[in-house]
Design a protein around this ligand. Structure first.
Ligand code: PGA
Length: 297
């Protein structure tokens, strides 16, 4: 592989035990440790270990009634689950019922996309203000399906990212190479370009809530998962670029999720990688049992 070994200096490899392996190296330099306040905008990057996050991307599946059914089965399976944050991202039409169903459960709710403007003549679009009004805390931005089928560019995703941050929505921003780019040896170049592009003009303080998802497009919905090693190497490239753009403390704190055919039987080995801070799960998140198994990897 042509991947440089930049990345989390706190990474020690091996299966995690508690959160200690993820303790970041910058801790010793910081005098005031504080809890990771993920729903607010802290003034400075977190110095705490990166708490794993497992997110469901339901894509264009499930009616509101089906979403409610899912929650009836799913919540008992993850009751009192504290090791990982859980986020479910239904389609816009199910957000309200999912917010209601998830209330008090500790499961957070996200949208799958949004426009960057607060309001305007943009037929068919949903604004950050509209999302805030109905309760989701997260929003997926720049998913490869948005890039591929709806011509979203890094520049547009960057505008959406800034809008999400200014509205206190936690962005899960996606990057990832297509198969041809990987085969041409351009993976690192693509990841660097996308990471720089989506983060353009954002300061380290503003970037604190950002979550990045590495989703190699060739692994999405194909059943082909990147090996843990391929994913970890890509995450290190992304984290290295975040360090260059926003500084090492931000890079140490930012959570990078892996997405692309995550299933109950591969979740544990992916999550064992120090560089992998969680998963963005498509197909396998539609079934409550299967998603619960991933959450409980
Ligand atoms: P998949 O989708 O798990 O079905 O591959 C992941 C995603 O697109 O977020």
């Amino acid at each position: 592989m042509d991947l440089p070994s930049v990345g989390n200096p706190g990474a020690g490899g091996g299966i995690r035990e508690g959160f200690s392996p993820r303790q970041v190296s910058s801790v010793s330099m910081v005098t005031i440790p504080r809890a990771p306040v993920l729903y607010n905008h802290p003034e400075e990057p977190s110095t705490m270990p990166r708490k794993p996050l497992i997110a469901a991307n339901w894509k264009m599946y499930k009616t509101p009634a089906q979403a409610q059914e899912f929650f009836k089965s799913f919540l008992p399976l993850v009751a009192n689950h504290e090791r990982d944050e859980i986020v479910v991202c239904p389609s816009f039409t199910s957000i309200s019922v999912v917010v209601a169903a998830a209330t008090g459960s500790g499961v957070a709710v996200g949208a799958q996309n949004m426009h960057f403007a607060d309001e305007g003549a943009y037929t068919g679009e949903i604004s950050p203000l509209m999302l805030k009004a109905i309760g989701p805390t997260h929003v997926i931005l720049g998913h490869s399906e948005r890039r591929q089928y709806f011509a979203e560019t890094d520049e547009l995703i960057n505008k959406k990212l800034k809008a999400a941050l200014s509205h206190q929505l936690i962005p899960i921003v996606c990057v990832g190479e297509v198969l041809a780019e990987r085969e041409a040896g351009k993976t690192n170049e693509v990841l660097v370009r996308q990471t720089r592009g989506v983060l353009a003009g954002i300061t380290a303080a503003e970037a604190v809530p950002i979550i990045i998802a590495y989703e190699p497009v060739w692994a999405i919905g194909t059943g082909k998962t990147a090996t843990s090693q391929i994913a970890a190497e890509a995450h290190a490239v992304i984290r290295g670029e975040v360090a260059k753009v926003l500084g090492q403390p931000t890079a140490d704190a930012v959570r990078i999720l892996y997405g692309g055919s995550v299933k109950p039987d591969n979740a544990a080995s992916l999550m064992a990688e120090e560089e992998i801070d969680g998963a963005l799960v498509g197909g396998a998140s539609l079934d409550p049992q299967s998603f619960a198994k991933i959450v409980n990897y």
